[in-house]
Design a protein around this ligand. Structure first.
Ligand code: SF4
Length: 384
């Protein structure tokens, strides 16, 4: 059975900019250092891919991620933005661009503002130079402050700062200091991610060689410290890793977690569109070859089924503080057997991991710490 993922709802566009000066030690995203001519070839490919996939339907949100979109010079940021705008019937309501602190420059910030970009997400990770060094990041704390000022001076009034915790050797006090420094700057949005060791990254190699070790109880403690500290500073948690001042939750991510449709452009970008889910091949040359032959090189393509969409609505919905409306789930997928869901939610409630408030199921803080386990159970329940 083929079906659309909430076709009447908002459409998002994700653009993957696959260039970084060098790889950070924890990073598993597709990125490479650009060779001569790569950026021009990439921009021509995006223009062609946008023409082939964006059909005039209104787009509510655009998100440029990577990679490091900010690695592009100001003129190329303009070309990328104009290639996209040429295919949209109206400017998006929210347009986010990820920027690394070392890449933020006044001319780039001005180019983004002129295009209509209204949200910047900056990969700070930590304000502590020694910890940044352990992550293999390319920036220092003083560049974060310069970038922050540049973005505010350019007029950006919706900025997210990404922070990471449970870093090698990081103490509770160091994490609290990072949180407090982010709060002191006063961004509209803060994301906090627990360091994960993705296969084949430099940190994963160190972990497998026994040079690093995970401290799971400390991770749980730092999660809770983040939630309490940010809440007390006026940042409401709306998802396991995301906190915002009122009215500043990221619409693009919220839509994605609610299983609406999105189109991914660029190598490795994923799409959920037209009843299918797939990703572009994670290789610049192969992606370009496919685009130029009008035969997109895609991987992991699946036809969406009610079971897939209902399971993902549950998994991603439970990661959000608003929780999942079980009655709505049943209305969205009337042909699906949801009878196992109610006893499962009762078991979660009995364990103290969730609360059932009428038809709305929400994780407790304890449940949020185990969100991955709860998600895996939800998948088993609905997809078998
Ligand atoms: S800048 Fe971002 S995308 Fe690039 S290597 Fe570092 S974490 Fe990965």
């Amino acid at each position: 059975m083929s079906l659309q993922a909430k076709p009447s709802a908002a459409l998002g566009v994700y653009v993957h900019v696959p260039f970084c000066a060098r790889a950070c030690d924890f990073c598993a995203f597709y990125q490479e250092a650009p060779r001569r001519g790569d950026i021009d070839r990439y921009l021509a490919g995006i223009s062609r891919e946008a023409a082939a996939t964006l059909d005039g339907r209104p787009v509510e949100t655009v998100f440029w991620g990577g990679g490091t979109p900010g690695l592009l010079p100001a003129g190329d940021l303009r070309r990328l933005g104009e290639a996209l705008l040429a295919r949209l019937p109206q400017p998006p309501k929210e347009w986010s661009v990820e920027m690394a602190p070392s890449a933020v420059k006044p001319d780039k910030a001005a180019a983004l503002r002129e295009l209509g970009v209204n949200r910047v997400s900056m990969g700070v990770q930590s304000f502590d130079d020694a910890l940044l060094d352990k992550l293999g990041r390319q920036h220092h704390a003083n560049q974060i402050y310069r970038a922050w000022e540049t973005l505010r001076e350019a007029g950006f009034d919706n900025i997210n700062l990404d922070l990471m915790f449970a870093l090698p050797g990081q103490s509770r006090e160091q994490w609290l200091a990072d949180l407090n420094e982010a709060i002191r700057l006063g961004p509209e949005h803060i994301s906090t991610y627990c360091l994960t060791f993705e296969e084949d990254t430099a940190l994963w190699v160190k972990l497998s060689q026994g040079k690093l070790r995970r401290d799971v109880p400390q991770e749980a403690e730092l999660y809770q410290l983040s939630w309490e500290t940010l809440e007390a500073a006026g940042y409401a948690q709306y998802e396991v890793s995301n906190f915002a001042r009122p009215g500043h939750a990221c619409i693009h991510n919220l839509n994605t977690w609610k299983m609406t449709e999105w189109i991914g452009l660029g190598p490795s970008a994923a799409s959920q569109f037209g009843g299918r889910r797939y990703a572009n091949v994670a290789n610049l040359d192969q992606w370009l070859e496919g685009i130029n032959k009008d035969a997109p090189a895609r991987v992991d393509e699946v036809e969406l089924t009610p079971a897939i969409l209902a399971a993902d609505s549950l998994i991603f919905g439970l990661r959000m503080n608003a929780g999942v409306d079980l009655a709505q789930l049943a209305r969205d997928w009337p042909d699906l057997d949801l009878s196992p869901v109610r006893p499962w939610t009762q078991a979660l409630a009995d364990e103290g991991l969730a609360l059932l408030d009428g038809d709305t199921l929400r994780l407790t803080p304890q449940g949020r710490l185990l969100a991955d386990r709860v998600g895996a159970d939800a998948l088993d329940l609905l997809e078998g």
